[in-house]
Write a protein that binds this ligand. Structure first.
Ligand code: PMP
Length: 460
């Protein structure tokens, strides 16, 4: 009896979803015809359940954000307490509230150097758009209004608002309606420098320095990058890269913004991604991990010099979101950061990073198509090649990464595939509370999925 009503509930939800729910980052036709692959109904730790009661391991922390895992009751309690007391109040016109005040102080204490001032948003895209506007505003206040251009890296992901879409270096995001705003420039990932003056060098025009010199530093407001590139394929920068970029920004007087929306709050084993390389940017943006995804929140942390410039005039800062400094979001974030410290989550990340790397190496040793395994903290990936020794990619028709991730899904493990011009990448980013047994379970399933993929490969 229970089974039948369960099935009819799943059926009803599927039909309603198909009819009314337009999903982000999903082919609308496929969704309309097939409905959702999973209707997630509850979660605990690294596990989630679908409407029919089947358990899955969430190997991606959903969207790299559910850092403390699912079903964390203290976060729910923090939201409930704050909502009962005062769910919402404005931050406009100087109005304030205690959770926002305490959270800004807490985040300032975690951020490097004199990054002591926080502007809150509702999410990551808004945070990056805010950072671009504040960078331009900073230069305007300094009498350099021509400094309007923003450099980002191709393959980067910065969100889907106007500025953040334009900064995003994954062309598909700008292709649906050609939404690229002017003044956003893309450099080759991690290609910093070329011989000065060697303008014939094929890489010159695509290097960060090349772009700065072609455009004129006096026209550039900021450079933005993810310390570890996420959606573009999980790429860690080469050793020394971030410091060299910092030096270049200092040399050319350009603001350095790091997008810490995935890396922030423990994902890489440090407070922020930049802490792995001891670099202090001028602004950093955060979202996801600040509340472990329990409630929307994002923001920009900036060095004091950015705010100090605003103190030179009496002008209003004409920028702000209804939910900037949302008390309930801030209360959840405060609890989230308290738990991160109390439960030594960063230590767990560092310990599990070792297990992660060992398991990735085992995959590479066993499976002939697997290579370029990498992990920093609990952010990792592997790549699939037809012939890994020659780096010969699979035919795009094969959809190799998609197939492997699909095989994992059939075995109740959620991962993410990244296809980029023929490269096939599988991303793995479990909640930061994952334990050794759960890591091993994740890799056991990946191992089985790869075997299934390999066995089927002859028929492709
Ligand atoms: N920057 C990075 C690095 C991200 O990973 C994301 C989200 N995936 C964003 C920005 C955009 O954040 P949001 O989806 O909250 O707008």
């Amino acid at each position: 009896m229970k089974d039948i009503s369960l099935k009819s509930n799943v059926h009803e939800l599927t039909e309603l979803d198909k009819k009314h729910f337009l999903h982000p980052l999903t082919p609308p036709k496929m969704q309309y015809e097939q409905g959702p692959p999973i209707i997630v109904s509850e979660g605990k730790g690294v596990y989630v359940k679908n409407e029919s009661g089947d358990t899955y391991i969430d190997g991606m922390s959903m969207l790299w954000n559910v850092n403390l895992g699912h079903g964390q009751e203290e976060l729910a309690e923090a939201a409930k307490e704050q909502m009962k007391k005062m769910a919402f109040s404005s931050s406009f016109n100087g109005y304030s509230n205690e959770p926002a005040i305490r959270l800004s102080e807490k985040i300032a204490s975690l951020a490097p150097g004199d990054m002591n001032v926080v502007f809150f948003t509702s999410g990551g895209s808004e945070a990056n758009d805010t950072a671009f506007k504040l960078a331009r505003y900073y230069w305007k206040l300094k009498g350099q209004q021509d400094r309007g251009k923003v450099i980002s890296l191709s393959r980067s992901y910065h969100g889907v608002a106007q500025g953040s879409t334009s900064a995003t270096g994954i062309p598909e995001f700008n292709s649906i309606v050609g939404s690229q705003a002017p003044d956003y420039l893309h450099a080759e990932p991690h290609l910093l420098d070329c011989e000065r003056g060697d303008r014939d060098n094929e890489h010159y025009h695509k290097s960060v320095r090349g772009i700065i010199e072609q455009e004129g530093a006096e026209n550039i407001a900021a450079i933005i990058l993810e310390p570890v590139m996420g959606a573009g394929g999980v790429f860690t920068p080469p050793e020394g890269y971030l410091q060299a970029l910092r030096d270049l920004c200092d040399e050319k007087d350009i603001l350095m913004i790091t997008d810490e929306i995935i890396c922030g709050f423990g994902r890489t084993g440090e407070n922020f991604g930049v802490d792995n390389w001891n670099v202090t940017p001028d602004m950093l943006t955060f979202a996801k991990g600040s509340t472990s995804g329990y409630i929307p929140l994002g923001g920009v942390v900036m060095r004091e010099k950015i705010r100090d410039e605003m103190l030179q005039s009496e002008d209003v800062l004409f920028h702000g979101f209804t939910y900037s400094g949302h008390p309930t979001s801030c209360a959840v974030a405060l609890k989230n950061l308290e738990i991160l410290e109390r439960d030594n989550i960063k230590d767990n990340v560092k310990n599990m990073e070792q297990v992660f790397k060992t398991e990735l190496q085992k995959l590479e040793d066993k499976h002939q198509h697997v290579t370029k395994t990498r992990a920093i903290g609990l952010l990792g990936a592997f790549e699939l090649y037809k012939d890994r020794n020659k780096e010969e990619p699979f035919d795009p028709e094969v959809g190799a990464a998609f197939k492997v991730v699909d095989e994992c899904f059939k075995r109740n493990l959620i991962l993410r595939f990244i296809d980029w011009k023929g490269s096939n990448i599988v991303a793995i980013a479990p909640p930061l509370i994952v334990n050794k047994q759960e890591m091993e379970d994740i890799f056991k399933i990946i191992d089985e999925a790869l075997t299934a993929f390999e066995n089927a490969f002859d028929s492709f």
